[in-house]
Design a binder for this molecule. Structure first.
Ligand code: SF4
Length: 358
């Protein structure tokens, strides 16, 4: 990174947690206000172990990774870091306590001096909606003009919506993000045919961080498997997915888990469901329980993968390969079954000459 000039308005954003869902918005918003963004580097083994070294062992992997990214930003000389407290994203729709208390958690474990920009979003409370959240985020830069903040918010939504349009068309995450940040919308007409399709269910920070999920998208692509995620679904499909699992939305990341699983489980074009969850995640353990029960009812093959910083790649790949093998075998068996059934249908015609009529 180049030297940060003292007169520059610079905000550090950790490449972790809400980055994976909200960065197109943050990018459009902050850059419209002339605030330069410095991102932490991509996650490495070193990021994970640096973060893990500062928190108690039981803490979930995404939080350890997040702390590692804060340390990375500090090592780059960034002194204002965005650490939002995302309490509830809609009326009575809450995040887990770790996400809600993220600024306090960071303050307690990172002992280096820096300014934490800890804006709070709490849509279950009055006067703590998106506008107030954004105003809090830019106040440390001396920006208080309401009209400017609203205009920047529109720029944020533009970038966010562009990203979603491309993702929905099936474009890979990194590519859609890159185009959206360049202000482009590119829709590819070419769609490769795959023999097998799976739904990958997990929080954005667990499935799009390549180090955390051990490049699962690349691995499945090499196995000739199409991967579908939350990003290909509309708000209505996600809501209907949650209710098809027999419950109301309570957790903020319910869309990514029960909504996605519930939707794809009813989709005949999806051959199986893979979930990725962090070891020790309370909300996920409840949601996975419901998904597993439903998968049995729908007779949909399901693979639950749990990750932490000790997860070895070899074991991860073995489980993935075994699952994909089983999906291929199941598909072949159903094709063979259909062929023989159709042959039986076409040759079967009772020969009445042989029927004894006496
Ligand atoms: S939802 Fe689960 S994985 Fe995410 S921060 Fe909370 S406990 Fe960790």
């Amino acid at each position: 990174m180049g030297q940060i000039k003292s007169e520059e308005k610079v905000i550090g954003i950790p490449r972790a947690m809400s980055f994976y869902n909200n960065y197109p918005f943050y990018y459009g918003f902050f850059t419209d206000l002339g605030i330069k963004i410095v991102l932490s580097d991509i996650t490495t083994k070193q990021t994970m172990s640096a973060g893990a070294g500062l928190v108690v062992t039981e803490t979930c992997l995404p939080i350890k990774v997040y702390i590692g990214h804060i340390l990375n930003l500090l090592s780059k000389g960034v002194d204002k870091i965005f650490v939002p407290s995302l309490q509830s994203i809609d009326h009575k729709i809450y995040n887990c306590s770790k996400i809600r208390g993220l600024p306090d958690l960071v303050r307690n474990v990172v002992k280096q001096p820096f300014t934490m920009i800890e804006a709070t979003l709490d849509k279950s409370e009055k006067n703590q909606g998106l506008y107030e959240f954004l105003a809090e985020a830019v106040k440390p830069f001396g920006i208080t003009d309401k009209a400017l903040i609203k205009k920047a918010s529109k720029a944020g939504w533009r970038c966010y919506n562009n990203f979603h349009v491309m993702s929905k068309s099936g474009m890979p995450y990194a590519k859609a993000l890159s185009y959206a940040l360049q202000g482009k919308v590119v829709i590819s007409a070419k769609n490769k045919e795959y023999p097998i399709a799976v739904a990958l269910v997990g929080h954005g920070y667990n499935i799009y961080d390549e180090r955390v999920c051990m490049k699962i998208f690349d691995k499945l692509e090499k196995m000739d498997v199409k991967v579908c995620t939350t990003l290909q679904l509309s708000e209505e499909q996600l809501c209907e997915g949650i209710s098809s699992l027999g419950n109301d939305k309570y957790w903020a990341n319910e869309d990514e888990m029960t909504g996605t699983a519930g939707h794809f489980m009813k989709d005949n074009k999806i051959d199986g469901v893979i979930t990725i969850t962090a070891f020790g995640c309370g909300p996920d353990s409840l949601m996975i329980e419901r998904i597993t029960r439903r998968a049995k009812q729908f007779n949909k093959p399901l693979l639950n993968l749990t990750i932490d910083e000790q997860t070895g790649e070899a074991g991860f790949v073995t489980r993935l390969e075994a699952f994909v093998d089983m999906l291929f075998r199941k598909k072949r068996a159903s094709i063979v079954n259909n062929i023989s059934m159709s042959q039986v249908d076409s040759v079967y015609s009772p020969n009445i000459e042989y029927i004894e009529t006496k």
